[in-house]
Design a protein around this ligand. Structure first.
Ligand SMILES: [Zn+2]
Length: 393
């Protein structure tokens, strides 16, 4: 969803962007069509304003290294599309007219986000373009898988009605393996195989809809709204265990869109708890919330409970060490119940990571809880819309 980091040649406005070209083979040789350059420049202006806030056209030209003429044209087009607006003036520091400030019309648009990953509830929110939640709705997750789409549509419609501003789009985080067009390749909980959820929701809502795996949505929230590093893995612990990855600031999807599906990797050769999938010692069997809660309940005292958490953290560290080393990650972000994850478990994960990777390079790897709490998928879903509709990341 996020375009790769953009580069513009300082000398011209039509320089090719490596980020907008989809494949390695085409990157060097493809001609950049004027339309592509225009789209790229448009995203660059929006990206600059999104992170930098209101500025003058002259500021924008300097920040983006586009010409004043190009900036003038783009700003006029974006104002007429209703995406940018003028917001007063700034006193000139030298001679000349005070500069008119332009910015995203942040108050004039809303985004709807849905999180279908909860085991008991589907949650949804109306968000500002900055990812702040201004309204929240929650519905019971349907008992029958056949009702999932209708329930999600009704939830989205209620949120659109509560938005009180034009809705830029609807972002959806869902369990399962999801391809780049929002088709659910597999979601065992919902019984979906090859189901085009993005199409079904787009048809029902008549709005742009973007669908992604819940952990892949979550890592976007950390990156765009949370200041995560460019090389980061978000591990989402709930009923199952999944992960979303960014390398070089770009989502890593994998050849079958299943990058980050670490829940059923077995950890170690010394057995472990039985997993629902039939194997012994899957990461999910060590770390999922139901598994941790059951083993904590069976523990006799505080020491034993700490042991349960440290064991789970150690297994997570064993599973992550080769990933950290292979991708040279700088940061691991944990999402899930802090009372389970944020303590002996995370500490054991970090100890294990440091013990199992090459000190000079990987001893600086950080591990932390997400600051987004249970809103992380909703906020990630909003980032998907920002990225898909405005090219902002
Ligand atoms: Zn398993």
């Amino acid at each position: 969803m996020i375009p790769a980091e953009t580069h513009v040649h300082p000398s011209g406005d039509t320089a090719p962007s490596a980020g907008t070209l989809p494949s390695r083979g085409r990157r060097q040789s493809a001609k950049v069509l004027p339309e592509q350059a225009r789209r790229h420049n448009r995203s660059l202006v929006l990206q600059t304003l999104f992170h930098g806030g209101a500025m003058s056209r002259a500021d924008l030209a300097r920040e983006t290294r586009l010409t004043r003429v190009t900036i003038s044209d783009l700003v006029a087009e974006l104002i007429s599309d209703g995406i940018l607006a003028e917001f007063g003036t700034r006193e000139a520091s030298g001679p000349g007219k005070p500069a008119i400030l332009v910015d995203l019309d942040r108050a004039g648009h809303r985004i709807v986000g849905l999180d279908l990953s909860g085991s008991d509830t589907f949650i949804g929110a109306v968000l500002t373009l900055d990812g702040e939640i201004v309204a929240r709705h929650e519905v019971a997750a349907p008992a029958a898988a056949a009702d999932v789409v209708d329930t999600a549509v009704a939830l989205a419609q209620a949120l659109v009605a509560d938005a009180h501003a034009p809705v830029l789009g609807v972002g959806v985080g869902t369990p399962g393996v999801v391809d780049e067009r929002g088709v659910i390749l597999a979601a065992p909980n919902f019984g979906w195989v090859g189901f085009d959820l993005e199409r079904a929701l787009t048809d029902a809502l008549q709005l742009p809809v973007l669908v992604a795996n819940d952990a892949n949505a979550a890592v976007l929230a950390e990156y765009t709204l949370g200041g995560a590093a460019d090389d980061v893995m978000l591990v989402k612990v709930g009923r199952g265990v999944g992960a979303g990855l960014l390398t070089g600031g770009t989502p890593l999807r994998g050849s079958r869109f299943a990058a980050g599906e670490i829940g059923h990797v077995t950890v170690g050769t010394d057995g472990g708890p039985q997993c629902a999938c039939g194997k012994i010692g899957c990461l999910e069997a060590w770390l999922s919330v139901p598994s941790l809660v059951a083993r904590l309940a069976a523990a006799s005292d505080d020491d034993a409970r700490r042991g349960v958490l440290r064991d789970a953290g150690e297994r997570l560290g064993i599973a992550l060490a080769p990933v950290v080393a292979t991708l040279d990650l700088s940061e691991i972000v944990l999402s899930g119940p802090p009372e389970l994850l944020d303590g002996p478990l995370a500490a054991a994960t970090l100890d294990t990571l440091r013990a199992r990777t090459l000190a000079p390079f990987h001893e600086g790897v950080r591990i932390r809880m997400t600051a987004h709490g249970q809103d992380i998928v909703l906020r990630g879903a909003a980032v998907m819309v920002l990225s898909g509709q405005l090219g902002v990341s």
